[in-house]
Design a protein around this ligand. Structure first.
Ligand code: NOJ
Length: 538
């Protein structure tokens, strides 16, 4: 079987609104991305995951689509998009579009038709229930009921996100046919990958209160595969919040003909009180983190494929979350990168992660723009939480942390725009920006560049067997990869406190975030704060 090209690829996620603004309106755009392709090329990534660029009323920053075939005028034009695809192709980068298929905007023509009358053919494109009461107690992921009353037809419709994001009715064959047509349109335009937003929700059965992993989910995915990308050279990744490793295999096992890989979040819940919301914080459970990663490495080995990520547009910045964004920002950012990029799977880098961008120093509720944060504030206020508690959770977890503009240089608005940025730039942009990173050969940027290169040059990183070392150690995240008679060891001190690892033999240092001898003893490894290394055992 031909080796899949994406197995040694690295994905870079662009959140277009915050990446680079070319026309001074304060909003990032497609021409801005085009102007920075040299930068992505230099980093060495293979695929751009482009968060939605379609027309949208922006109730959820583009994840509420009103036209699947167009480009939002804020971001550019369809011709600009074609040029971007072509220019990417010229420099060997592929584009992965974001497909938001669980819901549309309420301003999508389908929904406008659907809500106008019960006998309108589009009515059945969405999910409606009659009655004088809210149909059941299902909740929206953004807080409050998942049902909204619509006075035109005197019914409730389902929305698992904002009320301006009505859920599509996947039971309806016409909905599916429309979606296949749209996916094929983007394939014909030269798109080489798709990221499927909350794809685990499309098989919902609201009357049984089933939101994720519904009974027909995999049937729909197999149909999608047959009707669209199945026989094409395209990479697909499904966002699945509710997947365990068994479910992960259903999505990504090649013989099931669904998706190529999954994007699951189990390890990202290591600082959240079990069974509660993401806002209910607890100190990082480091042992859980290691064991969860190790479980996915083992369980999917040869049976599926996983994404490796710390960040995306919904998550806080990892160097602030589990690293040290003060005196060890550089060391800890490199350490976190090492932990992730040493594993099996496809690594994802979220814009700014490669220069160690940090969380924003929010100080009041007015600082938050995201619908999820705003709703959470109101809900928790009503439920008696103190202002301090709420702000504490928001500072740690709000999605706004990831969405501040990309920090390019030390000029106005960090070089993101010549105008007024749609969202404030992190005030640390004079110390943390691309220009500084490119001028410093020891920067986080060049460390990521090396990690990406290593994956391309060493099959051991792609295919090697994974074994977790010292599973109960409270500071060290270490594991080996083995392939074809070779053995690498990846050793990371996850904390500021020095740590000691007892191992054996000698190693050639391949990469490290502190100066090292070329060959070191691996008998007793004294690790400095956030020290990380990759060694080949000799
Ligand atoms: C997941 C996306 O990543 C998030 O940003 C969005 O709000 C929801 N899906 C709804 O589309």
């Amino acid at each position: 079987m031909k080796e899949k090209w994406w197995r040694n690829s690295v994905v870079y996620q662009i959140y277009p609104r915050s990446f680079c603004d070319s026309n001074g309106d304060g909003v990032g755009d497609i021409n801005g991305i085009r102007s920075k392709l040299w930068y992505l090329k230099k980093l060495g990534i293979d695929i751009i995951w482009l968060s939605p660029v379609y027309p949208s009323p922006n109730a959820d920053n583009g994840y509420d689509i009103s036209d699947y075939y167009g480009i939002s005028s804020e971001f550019g034009t369809i011709d600009g998009m074609k040029e971007l695809i072509q220019e990417c192709e010229n420099c060997g980068i592929k584009i992965m579009m974001d497909l938001v298929l669980n819901h549309t905007s309420d301003e999508h023509p389908w929904f406008i038709e659907a809500k106008s009358a019960i006998n309108n053919p589009y009515h059945e494109y969405y999910i409606w229930r009659k009655g004088n009461h809210v149909p059941n107690d299902m909740e929206s992921c953004f807080g409050g009921s998942a049902w909204e009353y619509s006075k035109e037809t005197e019914e409730y419709y389902l929305h698992f996100f904002h009320k301006k994001q009505p859920d599509l009715n996947w039971e309806n064959k016409n909905v599916r046919t429309e979606i296949w047509k749209m996916i094929n349109y983007w394939i014909d335009m030269g798109i080489k990958g798709f990221r499927l937003d909350v794809i685990d929700m499309i098989g919902k059965v609201p009357d049984l209160k089933i939101k994720e992993n519904g009974p027909k989910l995999h049937e729909y995915l197999q149909e999608m595969n047959r009707e669209t990308f199945g026989n094409k050279d395209i990479v697909t990744v499904g966002e699945c919040w509710g997947a365990d490793t068994e479910i992960g295999k259903l999505y990504s096992s090649p013989d099931r003909k669904e998706l190529d890989m999954i994007f699951q979040f189990e390890q990202m819940q290591a600082d959240q009180i079990a069974g509660k919301e993401k806002w209910d914080l607890k100190p990082l459970d480091f042992i859980y983190l290691k064991h969860t990663f190790a479980k996915w490495q083992k369980e999917l080995d040869g049976k599926g494929w996983n994404s490796l990520f710390w960040n995306n547009h919904d998550l806080p910045r990892i160097v602030s979350r589990w690293g040290n964004d003060k005196e060890y920002r550089v060391e800890s950012a490199k350490m976190l990168a090492t932990v992730l990029h040493g594993m099996k799977g496809t690594p994802y880098i979220y814009q700014g992660e490669e220069i160690g961008m940090t969380n924003y120093p929010f100080s009041s509720k007015e600082d938050f723009a995201d619908v999820e944060a705003i709703n959470m504030y109101q809900e928790r206020k009503q439920n008696g939480y103190s202002e301090k508690e709420i702000l504490h959770s928001l500072c740690a977890k709000a999605r706004d942390n990831a969405r501040t503009p990309m920090q390019w240089n030390h000029s106005h608005a960090a070089g993101f725009t010549e105008g007024n940025p749609w969202y404030p730039v992190n005030p640390n942009y004079k110390e943390i920006n691309v220009e500084i990173a490119l001028d410093d050969k020891n920067s986080i940027f060049y460390y990521y560049q090396k990690l990406i290169q290593l994956r391309k040059e060493n099959k051991i990183l792609v295919d090697g067997n994974f074994t977790l070392l010292c599973p109960e150690d409270k500071h060290i995240f270490a594991y080996t990869r083995e392939w074809n008679g070779k053995k690498w060891v990846i050793i990371c001190n996850f904390y500021k406190e020095p740590a000691l690892l007892l191992f054996s033999g000698k190693g050639n240092v391949i990469l490290s975030n502190y100066p090292q001898e070329q060959t070191i003893s691996l008998e007793q490894i004294h690790l400095r704060p956030y020290e990380a290394m990759i060694c080949e055992i000799i």
